[in-house]
Each structure stands twice: as C-alpha cells, then as structure tokens.
Design a protein around this ligand. Structure first.
Ligand SMILES: Cc1cc2nc3c(=O)[nH]c(=O)nc-3n(C[C@H](O)[C@H](O)[C@H](O)COP(=O)(O)O)c2cc1C
Length: 370
C-alpha cells in the first residue's frame, strides 16, 4: 500500500533550521546560533578575566557556540583598555575558570585572538612600546584609553622578521587557548585590526613578501591560519573576515575587496578549518558572501548585515542555505537566553550601548533571562 506523506512534512524534514545540530571542531553544536565576538573591557590588571567574566559567558551557554571577546595574543597586540590576554600563565589559569564553567553548563567556547595592530595607543602599552602595523599609516580619529579619548599615533612598521615573530605569537596564544580549555580559536581578520591591515592596500604599503601583490597581502592571513592550524589542529581553527568594512579608518583602504578575499579563501580552503566567519558590512555584502561561500567547503558562520541588531529574521539564512551558523552580537549581549527568544521571535531585552565597554555587572551580567 502506498504511503501518502503530507508534502509539508517532507519539506520540513529536509530543511535545515538554525535549531538543528552541526558538527564543528570534532564536536557537535546543538544549534547553529553563536555568540558573536564582543569586546567588553572588563578584565582585571594583567589582562585577567574575572569572576564576572565567568558568569557572563556561563549565562550564554545555550548558544551552539560562544566566540569570546577579542583577546590579545601578545602585549603589543592590545588595542583597548581592560581587554584580556592569552600570553601569560596567569591568563591561561584565569581563562580555565571560564571554559570549565561554560562546559559545566553544557556550552562550547572559542577564543577570538585579536591583534589590534595600528588601532591602539602607547598609553595602553608598557615599556615605551608603540602600536605596530604593516606600514606606518596613521589612523584618522581617536582611540578610547584609560585617560579618555586620544588621537591615534603613527604605528611602527613591523620588520619582516617581526611579522614572523607575530605569527609565532599567535600560534603560542592558540596553544595557550587550548591549554586554558577553549574548544578552538578564531583569528580576528576583520574590522580594521592587524590581519585586515595586511589585506588592505591602503594600510599595507610594503614592498617585501608581505605587501604589494594580492598574493603578498594575503600572505600574513594565510601563514597565520597555517601556523595556528599546525599548533592546535585546523579543525579547531576559524577565521573571521569583513570584506570592505570601513570600521577603524578602513574606508577607502580596500577598493574592490572581493577578488582579494576570493584569493584568500581559495588559499585556505582544503586545510580543513573549523569554519569561516564572515561579518557583512553594507548593502552589497551579500554578493561577496555568496561568492566566498562557493570557494569554501567548510562551515560558514555568518554575521549578516542588518538594520539594527541581528534578530530572528536572520534565521531564514540557515534555512535557505546562505549560512551554516549565525552569529548574533548586540542581542546576545542583552539576552543571555537568546536561542530560546529567537525561537519565539522575541521579545528581547534592549542592549544599552553606554555599558558595552568597561564598568561592572551593570549592562553585563544583569540582563535577565526569561
Ligand atoms: C560591544 C561590542 C563589541 C564588539 N567587539 C568585537 C570584537 O572583539 N571582535 C569582533 O570581531 N567583533 C566585535 N564586535 C562586532 C560584533 O561581533 C558583530 O559583528 C556586530 O555587533 C554586528 O552584529 P549584531 O547586529 O548581531 O550586533 C563587537 C560588537 C559590539 C556590539
């Protein structure tokens, strides 16, 4: 006897939703909803995450994946006050408390390794250090320091040997991340920080093997991905990119970004990375996302360009195959139980920008779950 399945049942049975599991980093995420990386500037002296940081991430353990705030892989990589590091034994021990607590609550967490490059200030750095970058190109604007807003300074251009040493710092920080219990690391190649500064011709004026041609400008990102993959395994290594994002004085620094990003993604595809994470900027970004997805055979994490904070309307992007995992920033900051709220299409607590960076529990761990 023929069985007549209702057609809508068949459709639903084949459509992937953001609430379905996915395998990443040798494990299974129970859903495809990630906490986007968010700097919160609440680390203690020495770049140490505190009890409050433990509580903040643990509250968000119902995410399929938590991607941490940007963490500096070296002293000189720090770009903002009160950001944490992963370059000392004390930092590793302090992060271990975060990862243990997230795991005990049933979650998974990657460390975002962020070297700010020219975005920073000498007053944030010890021993007379100044920010370093591919080239001595001063960012326009001001930086937030412990003494208030100050003009950016001209960064010191790294020597070729120092670029190699910086890559080694990332690999060491990645090993530290795994020792601290992180499930993997994400390299911050977006938003105008060091890796992005190497990619963009406006901030990379070098004429050695690290600058000039497309092949040379992607070299830093490629070598970093390879070095970190060798240190902790490609399956635990992710990369975040934001083609054409003007943030941090990158406006005009990247004319016609798509070919460069295609070259980069082609070069790293086949390494078996945990994921590629794209942060979209602007109305034309989706075209680039779709082009890059064609060149990448692993999971795509997407932080889509939206008007206002990304919300449940983005869930359709998993259903239509645009992305495999979605990253939510501001709404996850304000809603510790975001996956459940996305399922019911809200309502949401409203994020308060005045408590985004620095301060205490207010605007950090006091947003209520339902
Ligand atoms: C308070 C705050 C801090 C952020 N810090 C980082 C960061 O450390 N690293 C990063 O890659 N992106 C950072 N971002 C960008 C977010 O990851 C995300 O791309 C952005 O908020 C847009 O997504 P949304 O609409 O879901 O908020 C930050 C965003 C916010 C709101």
């Amino acid at each position: 006897m023929a069985i007549h399945w209702p057609t809508n049942y068949l459709y639903e049975a084949h459509m992937t939703s953001a609430f379905d599991p996915i395998r990443i980093a040798g494990g299974t995420l129970p859903n495809r909803i990630a906490v986007a990386p968010m700097t919160r500037s609440r680390a203690a002296e020495g770049g140490l995450p505190t009890d409050l940081v433990v509580e903040y991430y643990t509250q968000r353990a119902s995410a399929g994946l938590i991607i941490s705030e940007g963490i500096q892989p070296s002293v000189v990589g720090q770009g903002y006050p009160y950001t944490p590091g992963l370059h000392s034994a004390e930092q590793v021990a302090a992060w271990r408390r975060v990862t243990d607590s997230v795991h005990a609550a049933g979650g998974r967490i990657f460390a975002q390794l962020m070297h700010a490059g020219r975005i920073g200030h000498p007053s944030l750095l010890p021993d007379g250090l100044v920010p370093v970058a591919p080239s001595a190109v001063t960012p326009k604007g001001q930086v937030f320091t412990a003494e208030g807003a100050q003009d950016f300074v001209t960064p010191r251009a790294l020597t070729g040997a120092e670029v190699r040493a910086t890559i080694a710092d990332f690999a060491e920080a990645a090993r530290n991340a795994v020792e601290a219990g992180f499930d993997g690391v994400e390299l911050h190649g977006a938003n105008g920080y060091l890796i992005h500064q190497f990619l963009a011709p406006g901030t990379n004026r070098r004429d050695d093997e690290w600058g000039g041609t497309t092949e040379n400008r992607i070299r830093c990102a490629v070598e970093l991905v390879k070095a970190v993959s060798a240190a902790i395994g490609a399956e635990r290594t992710g990369l975040r990119l934001s083609p054409g994002n003007p943030y941090n004085d990158m406006a005009g620094a990247e004319p016609d970004p798509q070919p460069l990003y295609e070259a980069l993604v082609k070069e790293i595809d086949g390494l078996g990375l945990a994921y590629l994470h794209l942060m979209e900027y602007g109305p034309d970004a989706r075209e680039t996302t779709l082009a890059l997805r064609k060149h990448f055979s692993g999971p795509l994490v997407l932080n889509p360009a939206t008007e206002g904070p990304t919300d449940h309307r983005a869930l359709a992007l998993v259903e239509d195959g645009t992305a495999d995992v979605l990253a939510f920033g501001a709404l996850f900051l304000a809603n510790p139980d975001l996956p459940e709220r996305l399922r019911t299409q809200g309502p949401y607590n409203t994020p308060d920008p005045s408590t985004f960076f620095g301060g205490d529990a207010r605007g950090y761990t006091d947003y209520p779950a339902r």
